[in-house]
Design a protein around this ligand. Sequence first.
Ligand SMILES: CC(C)(COP(=O)(O)OP(=O)(O)OC[C@H]1O[C@@H](n2cnc3c(N)ncnc32)[C@H](O)[C@@H]1OP(=O)(O)O)[C@@H](O)C(=O)NCCC(=O)NCCS
Length: 173
Amino acid sequence: MTVAIPTLLTPRLTLRALRAEDLDAFAAMHANPDVMKTLGTGVTRTRAETWDIMARMLGQWALRGYGMFAVVENSSGRFIGRAGILHPYEWEGPELAYGLDQPYWGRGYATEAANILHRWAFIQLQMPTLVSYVLPGNQASRNVLEKLGASCQGMTRLFGTVDAELWQHTTPG
Ligand SMILES: CC(C)(COP(=O)(O)OP(=O)(O)OC[C@H]1O[C@@H](n2cnc3c(N)ncnc32)[C@H](O)[C@@H]1OP(=O)(O)O)[C@@H](O)C(=O)NCCC(=O)NCCS
């Protein structure tokens, strides 16, 4: 199956398909422990691991018809992070996921990206359920989810080793 990866536009961001030339910026973000302590399994990733993660993210589009985007800042044209709908094999359902590189925190960008993804998932894709996972102590991410109307359902375990909060999204409107 091949799938055309759409481009989603917000006032300040473009969510588009990952490209090979995103590797430098993506690997720099993945090398920063301050970013990674609350992302994925909580550890930094090498450049080679980042390449494989990009390949996995792009592969999910072909297998499931939805996936992760590169997040680009419109004003600079820079890759500033990744966001989208993540759905690894082991997970029961799709996750609304986002992570930005540190220089771009605190500007409302995650909220802006999460809002359009929430609408895209429920309205365009007609997803029946949507969750988000938050590593303990990540108040910034909790704030993003609360603003979206999601609620914390308690703790769960990811990848057999990582304890995370399970947040349930509700349909828009
Ligand atoms: C979590 C993350 C995505 C937030 O991105 P962001 O663009 O800074 O988020 P926003 O600006 O849209 O909103 C964050 C909210 O949390 C607040 N916040 C930011 N840092 C905070 C902190 N350390 N403690 C408490 N609140 C914080 C902000 O004030 C804002 O709330 P407000 O709108 O009510 O003022 C970003 O910090 C990040 O990418 N971190 C590393 C990866 C990660 O944790 N991803 C999420 C995995 S679940």
